[in-house]
Design a protein around this ligand. Sequence first.
Ligand code: HEM
Length: 392
Amino acid sequence: MSDARDWDPLDPETFRDVTETYRKMRERCPIAHSDRWGGFWALTRHADITRVASDNETFISSIQNLVPMSPRSGVPRRPLQVDPPEHAHFRRAMNPYFETERVAVLEPTLRQLAARYLESLITKGRGDAMDEYARCLPIRAICAFLRTPEEDADWIQARSSKYVEAISKDDRATASALSGELDQYARRFVANRRTAPLDPHLDIVSGMFQATIDGKPIADEIIAGFVRGLIVAADRSTSNGIGSSILHLAQDQNLQNYLRQNPSRLPDAIEEFVRLYAPSHATARTATREIEIGGKTIHAGEVVAMVFLAGNRDSQIFDRPDEFDLNRNPNPHLGFGHGVHKCAGQSLARLQLRIALEEFLARTSSFELDGTIVFNTWPEYGPQALPIRFPS
Ligand code: HEM
């Protein structure tokens, strides 16, 4: 780790023990440079990440917001790929639809979905909790949120999972082709809703048709960019979050039993799961000017990754950072990001995690691991497959 330029997020060595790798990076080389994907800086300390996420003049997301860069076509995907002040205008139009009370109307649908997928898994007695449960729920939750038929879920997910895989392998051609298909889906979706709008108080897209920014209506192309961002990012992060939580519980029978008997403690457990396993491993900004961080000079145009997974285990902020602590309070984790771009869908994410785990615990008396776990590493973090069994 002495030569930061040797650090490589694709090296299996990096993730053999990710806790240890990031501990060493935080201690010895907290502003690490990697030559991978055209070169980028990786910040692993909580304080440096919050500094970057809070300085929207020096660190912008309109040029590159992910490492490696995700293909961009057409208008930027708002709100993530635009900077203040435009960012704030767009968030103002969309935020009300993500309020806790508003997303709560989805609870019965989410419970039905959880029950449906759990039933078949439990009947078999064992299975892959990622493929047969964790990945099935969030995309359907987004369809329910967008008030579009559930049939769209499989079509979207077939493309988005290959799209994310292509990005991790830096297969630009495949990623661009799939991204184009997802763009087209979002455009078709908005065009159809335009011809048959729903109640604007209930439906975010119909609400956006009526909203104005600086006195002007929001163009359909812009709304399509927003839908496009949602159907990929919100799905993948939540699936990984559900999967990592189930994995943790499968390895800790005491906690599993405790939460089964005390489901009111699930919200606190979920904050710890999101802290420990940061499903959005790292996102990025581009520097607009030369700036020094921790003795390293970052030049204008260079890309800086905020490694949330590492910042969430910083001992400067968290006591016993690698341990699960149900009573951790406060818990200023960065799992949902920090600053103006902090996750707009937090309430929906928390609701989904709570229902997915509540149902999983309530409908089982015990579950345990049933094989070896392989993790997705970068840019998302979570189990690729999650073999579990339900002892009778
Ligand atoms: C466990 C699940 C989730 C995690 C861990 C997560 C994490 C994040 C993070 C870290 C960011 C900030 C990115 C950055 O600053 O570069 C973000 C932004 C965002 N998330 Fe989530 N997210 C989750 C679920 C969701 C869901 C379910 C939705 C909506 C249905 C959603 C919608 C968004 C949006 C729209 C943004 C962009 C906000 C902005 O740029 O102002 N997320 N999320």
